[in-house]
Ligand binder design. Structure first.
Ligand SMILES: [Zn+2]
Length: 413
């Protein structure tokens, strides 16, 4: 009897997974694809139609054996929604995601360095605002996913420590506090942003079907990685996996916000690049970085533009950055042996030369005589990548839940 139940469970999941992936379908279409009898498919489709997760989609054009046009069905992506919130070092991006993990509504705002109280208020406000939207009425809130920078214990729902918000202290129990404050009756997940960003690539980005890869994300402040090994997100025993921004690359390097010195992040951060650019001004007045710039404040984008145009000083600075990245990424490759590294964030604007030079430099570092095939690519995602990943996680969690596949009337099934 136990085995029969688990077969039912798997059938339901198989059918629903197939419907989620594949548009408008008849019972026969599904039956052919998942190799389950039509009466069973019909029962399962009826079950989810009654629940609202599947909706009727009219009649097909072809006729089946009885000469009737078959009824068509479709997964209902608007049955419910996930709220995803990404708190970055200086911004908050929040979004409503449908059950295909597509963004339906979103808000972006820059934020100051928030205290614990202010963070809670802001999170609470954005969650409640989304629930009261016209769009959200009559739809079920499935879960809420909050992505945070720094070290996060997602099993406990705790922000262990983040150098971007030292005022949050250590082991701040975000999940419990938020559940209490909002009165939410649905699951609330807390996780590290870079891990969600890796998931976004796996579900919707460049790592579809890739099981060993990592994303490296650099923002104005902070460099982090999300590491996927054998298809699973790596956390590590202290939730430190992916904290590559704090690998020490140069003991004599600039001070880092983590308290260390010469960390990867301290070298390639916009802050350090800006300081290099502002001190270079007097010696390199002729450089394109400064010459064609009406704005007295130069930024990293001016550097990227000048380097792509072949400007000598810009190329020299970029070469330094390439060296730092090459050391950092080569170390990461030696530890994780990935098929692919996806660069996200600010350096996705660094141009094709940067990527080609970086790949060459990495290839020359360890085992220079071995041909290594680590694909190095720029992500197609912009600043939405955090909420996208968090939303993907929320949707994935929902469709993993056993509750969804339990028999309607257990004694009969
Ligand atoms: Zn550091």
């Amino acid at each position: 009897v136990k085995q029969r139940k688990s077969v039912k469970h798997n059938n339901r999941k198989l059918i629903l997974d197939y419907m989620r992936a594949d548009g408008i379908l008849s019972i026969s279409d599904i039956s052919e694809q998942v190799k389950i009898s039509k009466p069973t498919i019909k029962k399962v489709v009826d079950y989810y139609t009654e629940m609202g997760l599947v909706v009727s989609a009219g009649k097909g054009s072809s006729t089946d054996e009885g000469g009737k046009k078959p009824a068509l069905f479709q997964f209902n992506r608007n049955y419910g929604y996930v709220i995803a919130v990404h708190i970055g070092p200086d911004f908050m991006y929040s979004a409503i995601m449908d059950l295909n993990a597509e963004i339906v509504h979103s808000t972006f705002r820059t934020i100051p360095k928030l205290s614990v109280r202010e963070t809670v208020e802001l999170l609470k406000e954005s969650i409640l605002d989304f629930q009261s939207l016209e769009w959200s009425r009559n739809k079920e809130l499935i879960n809420v996913v909050v992505a945070l920078p720094g070290i996060v214990d997602s099993a406990k729902g705790v922000s262990v420590y983040t150098p971007h918000y030292p005022q949050w202290g250590e082991n701040w129990p975000v999940r419990d506090v938020l559940l209490h404050e909002t009165g939410l009756q649905v699951p609330l997940y807390i996780g590290n942003i870079n891990r969600y960003q890796a998931l976004a690539e796996k579900v919707k980005g460049l790592a579809l079907g890739v099981n060993n890869f990592l994303i490296v994300d650099a923002m104005d402040e902070g460099v982090g990685a999300g590491v996927i090994v054998n298809g699973t997100i790596r956390h590590g025993s202290q939730n430190l996996s992916g904290e590559i921004g704090h690998m020490v690359l140069d003991l004599q390097g600039p001070k880092c916000i983590c308290g260390g010195q010469g960390c990867f992040e301290a070298l390639v951060s916009v802050r350090n690049i800006n300081s290099i650019l502002s001190t270079g001004n007097s010696d390199h007045k002729e450089s394109l970085i400064y010459r064609e710039n009406e704005d007295p404040e130069v930024g990293i984008d001016d550097l990227f533009r000048a380097a792509e145009a072949g400007d000598t000083f810009a190329v020299e600075v970029m070469n330094r950055i390439v060296s730092w990245f090459a050391i950092g990424l080569n170390n990461v490759i030696m530890v994780n042996d990935p098929d692919m590294i996806i660069i996200q964030g600010i350096y996705t604007h660094a141009g094709s030369r940067f990527l080609a030079n970086l790949k060459n430099k990495i290839d020359q570092m360890s085992f220079p005589n071995l041909s290594r095939n680590v694909e190095l690519v720029y992500s197609r995602f912009g600043r939405e990548r955090g909420v996208l990943g968090a939303g993907c996680f929320g949707v994935w969690s929902y469709f993993q839940s056993k509750e969804l596949y339990k028999p309607l009337i257990p004694s009969i099934e």
